[in-house]
Design a protein around this ligand. Structure first.
Ligand code: ADP
Ligand code: ADP
Length: 221
């Protein structure tokens, strides 16, 4: 069965139709890339899949449940299972927080209190020494911050990661390390990835399947 089944998704901002009847499915353990030029609707698709922006019409079926008709409180138990990772590794972390608090935050929001051991394990999973938990974001490189973003996303034991340009703001020299980490995590945990990326070379190398978007529509894939 599909992990994610998106049907006829439409997202509008006023007169702009950012996503125009987009449909696709994603299997567990699969990386599906959304590729296309800036403004073609990739991020809007990601936000609508995550129900961070409610689509104007269409269906988002995740683990067999249709999400678009659920209320916010009905979505609460679903959200931990589909986690975003955003482009800007520093922007997604509060500069005041220590890394361990940044990693713990999604669990705290759910009312859980992760232990130091849990945090250390999450940092270890993404290839960071547990001592990084005491640091603040500006004391980490961009690649290390993106690893923290991935650790945060993993904390709630998701089945789907929605990765919006996760390596686009990183130096080419550290991109491969982060992509290899994502591939290893997928192998170990069977995660599905909706991988948003404008860079064709990265997409070709990393994704199992590619959907090309143009002006809010799927042009191939
Ligand atoms: P990307 O191409 O990486 O998605 P954008 O520059 O298109 O980046 O968008 C960055 C942010 O600005 C997104 O959160 C998007 O929703 C928002 N955004 C993009 N276009 C507009 C717009 N015309 N008006 C308001 N917000 C916008
Ligand atoms: P991409 O991620 O492929 O760059 P987006 O989904 O960010 O594309 O944007 C798709 C279209 O929607 C663009 O025309 C963009 O300007 C517009 N858009 C995105 N976010 C907003 C927003 N918050 N308000 C108004 N227009 C937006």
């Amino acid at each position: 069965a599909a992990l994610l089944d998106v049907r006829d998704l439409v997202v509008r901002y006023g007169d702009t139709t950012a996503v125009d009847h987009v449909s696709f499915t994603l299997a567990p353990g699969e990386t599906l890339a959304l590729n296309g030029p800036s403004g073609c609707g990739k991020s809007s698709t990601a936000l609508a899949v995550l129900q961070l922006r409610r689509p104007d019409s269409g269906e988002v079926r995740f683990e067999g449940r249709e999400l678009t008709t659920l209320t916010e409180s009905e979505l609460r138990p679903v959200r931990p299972r589909m986690q975003p990772v955003f482009q800007d590794p520093y922007g997604s972390l509060s500069p005041r927080h220590r890394i361990r608090d940044a990693v713990a935050e999604p669990l705290r929001i759910q009312g859980q209190r992760p232990t130091r051991t849990q945090i250390a394990e999450l940092l270890d999973r993404v290839g960071l020494d547990p001592s990084y938990g005491d640091r603040r974001p500006h004391e980490l490189s961009g690649g290390q911050c993106q690893r923290v973003g991935i650790a945060r996303a993993l904390a709630s034991e998701p089945r789907l990661l929605v990765l919006d340009e996760p390596v686009s703001s990183l130096d080419p020299s550290v991109r491969a390390g982060v992509l290899n980490l994502l591939a290893d995590l997928q192998d170990d945990l069977g995660l599905g990835y909706l991988f948003i990326c404008h860079d064709r070379a990265v997409v070709r190398h990393f994704a199992h399947r590619v959907i090309e978007m143009r002006d809010g529509r799927i042009s191939s894939g």
